[in-house]
Design a protein around this ligand. Sequence first.
Ligand code: AMP
Length: 357
Amino acid sequence: MSPLPPGSTLGILGGGQLGRMLALAAARLGFDVVILEPEPDCPAARVSAHVIATAYDDPEGLAELARLAHVVTFEFENVPAKALSLLAELGAETAPGARALATAQDRVIEKTFLNAVGAPTVAFAEADTASGAIEAVKRIGVPCLMKTRRDGYDGKGQAWVEHLANAEAVFHRLGDRPVIIEAPAAFVRELSIIAARSRAGEIAVYPIGENHHENGVLRRTLAPATASQAIIDQAERIAAQILTGLNYVGVMGIELFELEGGRLLVNEIAPRVHNTGHWTQDGCEVDQFEQHVRAVAGWPLGPTRAHTQIEMENLLGDEVETWVKLAAESDARLHLYGKREAKAGRKMGHINRPMPD
Ligand code: AMP
């Protein structure tokens, strides 16, 4: 595909805050944006030229998207695979492609792929039935973590199994669905790396972020994190193995565990812009959103070095109501998503604060 000229239209499946920030970045580069999202009053639609308010796999909605958009991307990984196959049948260009989406949607396929390309993970086993889950827990040992293979996010759809006798109950509690059983990662830190691959196969990697979660939800990211050259080299090698292995086009978030001694394991991959990459908006010249637009539009990638160390803090639920106070912080940059309702724990915005030298 030759580079899309400004004035072309970018299609985005999904209309949340990631779609909104992608749309804003796309607009700055001269693109129009069309959002396909069932909720017409969503954060992304309100900053975009067009909105198609249908289900993600609605054939008519997808046909209109294919007609309007020169390239289609997505902002969350639970887009039904059917949506991408229908778009492909309609001749629409999509990036990232169906393989990356299918890999990230299923934790067993994901970890099998990661190990195949040489990206290390915890040991794991899979099960579809209660008796299979007991066998898998026996094989991995306790304690271990049981997770649904699909549809988990922000720590949902997973539970620890402390004793073999509890394996069956945990399997039922997770909804009698296919699961993965993971060995515990004895991590000292949770890190992530945001990486991009262009249509030409060029790879660009941002500095590592250090992530802190509360109740399974990201609270803050500090980046660039303090990390030895050996850790940086490992993270960059892992990113290149994954992006090349998937023939990936776009930005990807890769969540990592740092073990005692500095070895890295991959926890999971997100085939999209990522919450742990929001720091790049105020820490780098070209942020992850512009980078993703550049990659999917066939443009050259931008620089990824950091000019400022940033602490990104998520604003969850009614924390966003302190916006006047936050806006008065002289150095900080406030990013609000325009969501109508501040439900408990909902990601309403974030704030990027430069760290003192
Ligand atoms: P996930 O939904 O896979 O990203 O998991 C959510 C959080 O659970 C991670 O950020 C870790 O804090 C923790 N976690 C996930 N998998 C493991 C594991 N195998 N061992 C230890 N902690 C884990």
